[in-house]
Design a protein around this ligand. Structure first.
Ligand SMILES: CC(C)(COP(=O)(O)OP(=O)(O)OC[C@H]1O[C@@H](n2cnc3c(N)ncnc32)[C@H](O)[C@@H]1OP(=O)(O)O)[C@@H](O)C(=O)NCCC(=O)NCCS
Length: 111
């Protein structure tokens, strides 16, 4: 254990917390070398649980680009559903991509 270095695997955060509406947005970033090991799924479940049970939110939401298949896969597996689609909303590498608004309600959260 002594020789093991601690390193940051990534970040996860709730922001835009608006208690009068019972909502917050969520964001996540996992370091490239640490992806595909289940860290994002575990972190999302923990953070959503804090949002609904400790902060007593009613809704957690996010936006993501249609090009980001890993993120959309992660969010759908965690229980988020697509609530809206902004067409041609982001430009990257010579073309436009849709942006998705996704959300999960406290009543839908089963952990
Ligand atoms: C999206 C991101 C957070 C996923 O992190 P990760 O640690 O690799 O994800 P996990 O290993 O916990 O995988 C959780 C689920 O995500 C989905 N997923 C992960 N990689 C995927 C891929 N390449 N294709 C499709 N779905 C994928 C799967 O549903 C997966 O569950 P499964 O392994 O049981 O199938 C990571 O790729 C990342 O940080 N990307 C850059 C930042 C970013 O895009 N953030 C989101 C902005 S909206």
């Amino acid at each position: 254990m002594e020789n093991e270095e601690l390193h940051t695997v990534g970040w996860i955060f709730l922001q835009n917390i608006e208690y009068e509406h019972g909502r917050a947005s969520i964001g996540i970033l996992i370091a490239p070398e640490s992806r595909g090991k289940g860290y994002a799924g575990a972190a999302m479940r923990k953070m959503i649980d804090i949002g609904f049970k400790q902060l007593r939110l009613n809704k957690i939401y996010l936006t993501t680009r249609g090009i980001n298949e890993q993120a959309i896969g992660l969010y759908q597996k965690t229980g988020f559903v697509i609530e809206g689609q902004l067409r041609n909303h982001a430009y990257s590498d010579g073309r436009y991509y849709d942006t998705y608004i996704m959300g999960i309600l406290a009543s839908e959260w089963k952990d």
